[in-house]
Structures are given as structure tokens and as C-alpha cells.
Design a binder for this molecule. Sequence first.
Ligand code: FAD
Length: 471
Amino acid sequence: EAVQKKHDIVVIGGGPGGYVAAIKAAQLGYDTACVEKRGTLGGTCLNVGCIPSKALLNNSHLYHQIKTDTKARGIDVGEANINMDNFMKAKETAVKQLTGGIEMLFKKNKVKYYKGAGSFVDEHTINVDPIEGGEEAVLKADNIIIATGSEATPFPGIEIDEERIITSTGALSLKEVPKRLAIIGGGIIGLEMGSVWSRLGSEVTVIEYNNAIGAGMDGEIAKSTQKFLTKQGLKFNLGAKVTKGVREGDVVKIEYEDTKKGKTVALEADVLLVAVGRRPYTTGLNAEAIGLEFDNKNRVVIDSEYKTKFDHIRCIGDVTFGAMLAHKAEEEGIAAVEYIKNGHGHVNYGNIPSVMYSHPEVAWVGQSEEQLKEAGIKYNVGKFPFIANSRAKTNNDTEGFVKFLADSETQRVLGVHIIGPNAGEMIAEAGLALEYGASTEDISRVCHAHPTLSEAFKEAAMDTFGKPINF
Ligand code: FAD
């Protein structure tokens, strides 16, 4: 007979949404438990998402630079080679340190960690089916937070074996560099993985159904992104509808319909990455037991306070509405707990940054030109290229530009879109500007250090209402 335990708050899922919610709840004085069945904390993001992908991106960039870029900088180095075992080990070390770090944070904050799969018995009871190192338990909870995340969306008719036909999880731990890598889907995950393996030597072909890559990017930014990735050797087939993807021995045979030309194209690859998005994950949760509501995309239906149809069961992160991003899940984790504690919480959905960690990086926040046009809002555009920025020039890293969209009457910042070195860091300044309702003139009156990349940010802001100094 399993032990019964009582907690104020039980969080199901230990990803960025769930673990942050659990720590916050404990900090606010609740007896809190978190149920996670993976064996490690940190969810998709730390284990098979954000963190391992960025480790591979960083180190493949370093390798690529050593191979192609050191001579011009006056550094003579011997031949650079990838040691795949150690290359992957470096990634695993980063992941282990961070997932272990959360376990420490749980201890420090006195969050009870149940290692196992949580499922609903009734609306106040969660059964824990233990994995190795876990304990069987039946949890009674005053409040429950569902944070079970997402999984890769399958492609109808294409069978994943995580060897030759892979998801992003397989792409993070290939044992050798595939000679030819085909990718279905030109979204952020596909393009990041494409960048990694292209730098290591794969011929990468991206097959995308839409007529633009970078799902959701500002149109101009998407085009420029495609240009610089093409320069780096990635091939793109847009408007391409995949109709076949089968493994035959050691090759994968792919067919797609070129929707513009109306003809079928056949393609062979050594590895096929299916990166067509992610879908909410609730397998094994036994949501039927409490009659949880789902929408047509299988997202858990919630209200503006993250409440499901039950006042005491809330839901956050990838498994419900909104952008599938770690920082969005984290914000919701905090807000959901604050709703429990005080009756109010806050996430500004108009100010959630997106970053693609290619080189240069692509980052944006707020609205795109397409969105502003559709909303009938009049705006000014301000731009500044990194080729005119002294630091970028000094570093010989000048690809890209900063683009501001500002209200044409008030100069209020409405959106910022950046392609450039460290754009992912720079976009935080745009986030502050948006949050405080800054105008582009406000930004232009803030002293930015010289020589830094962020001077390009300031000058692009100036360009929305006048002239930048250095271009
Ligand atoms: P998850 O991180 O998916 O966590 C849910 C957890 O719940 C999982 O660990 C799962 O095991 C557990 N679980 C599920 N059901 C149960 C159950 N019944 N009982 C117990 N445990 C359960 N986002 C970014 O912001 N930046 C990036 O750079 C980025 N890169 C990415 C790269 C890749 C390759 C991928 C795949 C994703 C990336 N993402 C990135 C997205 C990011 O990983 C997710 O948005 C984020 O992890 C969502 O957090 P979550 O807490 O909602 O869910």
C-alpha cells in the first residue's frame, strides 16, 4: 500500500515551468512537491532542448571559426578536428551541471521531489508511479499545477527511429557527421540543428512548406536570415510539401512536391531530421479522470489566471496556450503561484523575446511589420547595419542589422528585430524599452558605451525619427 502524503501545492512536471513554479511556491511558504518522471529535472529545455542545443551551437561555431577564420586574424593553428565523443561529452557536462543544480535548489528551498510519473486519481489526488530511485506515493493536494510540457510533432507517414530519421533529440546526439542531412521544417529548431551539422561538415537541405523560413519572424528578417544561412552553405526548398520519407538501409529517400512548379522532387539523405513543431504532452496524466478540457490542438484549456475548469488546478508552459519557450513557461510558473497566493499575477505576452542561436544570432520582441500592417498601426522603421558599428568592425563580425519599429506619431517602440552578433543578449534592452513604454528618442538619449555592439541599437532607434550619426 502506497504512502499517502499531503502537500499544499503539487506541481506535475519539472521543466522550466514546473521547477520554477515549485521553487516560487516554496519561497512563498507553501509545502510544495514536484513530480517528474524523466529521472532528471529541467524538462525538455535542460535535457534535450535549449541547453544541449546551445552547447553544440557554441562549440561547432568555435570549431568552424578555427577552421575558417583564424588565419585572417593572424593566428596560425594546426588542423582542427572534431572528436565526436568529447564533443558530445562537453554538451552532457553542461546539461548535468544544470539539471543537478535544480536538484540542489529543490533541497535548498525544501521542495519535495518525487521521481516518477504523476497521474490524476481525482481532482485532489495524484498517484506517483515511481521510476528508479523514486518512491511510490499517493499525494493529496490543495492546489495542483500541471506543467507536463510538449513533445516533437510527428509527421504523418514518416517513422522516427532516432538513428536515420530523427527528431531534435536525435539531432543532439548523432554519433557521426552525416554527409547529407535533410531537414523538414525551417523553424528555429530545424535551423539551429542545421547550423550545427553544417558547420561540422554536413550538406544541409531544408524543406519548408511555407514560402518563408523562421516561422513567425518579421518578413524582412526572415529573408535576410535565409540569405546568410545560404551563404553558410545551407540549401533551402520553400513552398515544398513533403510526401515521403522512408529509410532504406543506410539512406533515407524523401519526396516533396514543389508547390510553385507543381512537380515532385526526389531527394536522398543519410539522415532526415523532422522538425515540424511541438505539441502538448499529457500522455499518462489520466486527465480523463477529472474531465480536463482540451482545445483542438490538444492544449489544456485555461483562463487568464491559468485555471482549468477547477479553481485549484492550474496549468502553465508548453502544454497550454502561447509560445513554446522556456522563459515564457518560467514567467507563467511565477504568475500561477502568485495567483494562488495573492489572487493576481502578471505576464506581458506582448513582450516575450524570441532568439535563434545561429551565427549571427536572430532575435526579436514585440510586433513585426506584418502584424502592424494588419492592425492598421502607422509606424516608422529605423535601421542600423553592424558593418557601420565600430565594435563589429573591430571583431570582424559585421553581418546583420538592428531594426526598430516605432509608432509614427509618438515614437513609442512597438517592435525590435535584430540579426547580429549577440543579438540574443541585446534584445533584453528592447524588452526593457517595451515594458517601460519607451520612445525611440528615450533610447537615443541614453549613453551607450563605446565601442560596443549596443551602439548599433541606439543608432537604429535614432534612425526612426532622424539620422543616425555613423551611417
Ligand atoms: P518541459 O520542459 O517539456 O517539461 C515538462 C516535464 O514534465 C518533462 O520533463 C516531462 O518528463 C515531465 N512530465 C510530463 N508528464 C509527466 C507526468 N505525468 N508525471 C511526471 N512528469 C511528467 N526554448 C527557449 O526558450 N530557448 C531555446 O533556446 C530553446 N531551444 C530548444 C531547442 C530544442 C531542440 C527544443 C526541443 C526545445 C527548445 N526550446 C527552447 C523550448 C523549450 O524547451 C520549452 O519551451 C520548455 O522546455 C517548456 O517548458 P515546460 O516546463 O512547459 O515543459
